[in-house]
Design a protein around this ligand. Structure first.
Ligand SMILES: O=C(O)CCC(=O)C(=O)O
Length: 279
């Protein structure tokens, strides 16, 4: 079956306001502004990149030196995740080195098109990457995430939880506000089975802890009670290659399901934070 005809939003009850939007025909310049309010919680922007463009990016991905990818418990990422940057200088240098390799590879079309996309759906904002305060160097616009078969689930999290483990990064980049963080990712290669993004009916304002970061059974609410994921309402998001998903990944708890088959799940994603002046 052609994966592009499969439904992208799956579940009896899509309890957050997630929308599928044909790009560029049915989009508008207020999407990012609406994601800042209660009006929208997530958008699957369909076919932002054509099949040809996706294939060109996947060809360029093959040029990434294996030695520069970061291995993690579900697969690999490139360039390094922001969470790896600490006040240990070696970590920061590794991050900047990998970013220099990223910039030397033919990914300009990817980053330019993403920039164009964000300017289109966020017409009242100017999109860009923040700089490190101490050396004015740019941070990474996002990274490739390679989730590999049978490695298990990308653990349940939300952006605000990740912020708590990336204090150094957030304290050392210019002009960004932590509140209102969004997640985005471009789907490049969908696995044969699994790999859905699961969205839980759980928000940071009620649930703001995990005792073991990598576990997937429960999270902890503001009263210190365990909330077991099996008892929580959920729906899933299954974008097709070329789609860009933007959602309230800061406050909404989510995870990515285990992958089966031969193919890796490949995305290019990152986080969006608003600037202090909201421009
Ligand atoms: O790849 C995905 O489906 C989601 C990525 C993610 O967990 C995030 O952006 O926070």
């Amino acid at each position: 079956m052609d994966i592009s005809v499969k439904p992208r939003l799956i579940g009896d009850d899509i309890f957050f306001n997630f929308k599928e939007i044909d790009y560029p025909t049915n989009t508008d310049g207020n999407i990012i502004a609406k994601l800042q309010t209660e009006e929208l919680d997530g958008v699957i922007n369909k076919n932002v990149f054509s099949e040809k463009e996706v294939n060109e990016i996947l060809e360029a991905v093959k040029l990434i030196p294996e030695s520069e990818k970061l291995n993690n418990y579900v697969g690999q990422s490139f360039p390094h995740d922001f969470g790896t940057v600490t006040n240990n200088n070696e970590r920061l240098e590794n991050y900047l080195d990998r970013l220099a390799t990223f910039n030397s590879l033919p990914f300009q079309k990817l980053t330019n098109r993403l920039d164009e996309f964000f300017n289109k759906i966020g017409a009242s904002f100017k999109s860009g990457v923040p700089n490190f305060k101490h050396n004015n160097k740019e941070t990474s616009p996002g990274n490739f995430r390679f989730l590999m078969p049978n490695k298990g689930v990308l653990f349940v999290h939300c952006g605000y939880l990740l912020q708590t483990s990336a204090e150094y990064f957030y304290n050392n980049v210019n002009h960004i506000k932590r509140e209102g963080q969004l997640s985005f990712f471009l789907m490049l290669q969908y696995p044969e089975q699994g790999g859905e993004l699961t969205i839980y009916d759980l928000l940071w304002k009620g649930v703001n802890k995990k005792d073991i970061f990598e576990q997937n059974k429960y999270v902890i609410d503001k009263n210190g009670e365990k909330v077991f994921l099996d008892n929580v309402k959920k729906f899933t998001v299954r974008p097709s290659p070329g789609d860009v998903v933007v959602f309230k990944g800061g406050p909404i708890w989510h995870r990515v399901e285990d992958i089966k088959g031969e193919l890796n799940r490949i995305t290019f994603g990152g986080f969006i934070n608003f600037s202090e002046d909201n421009n």
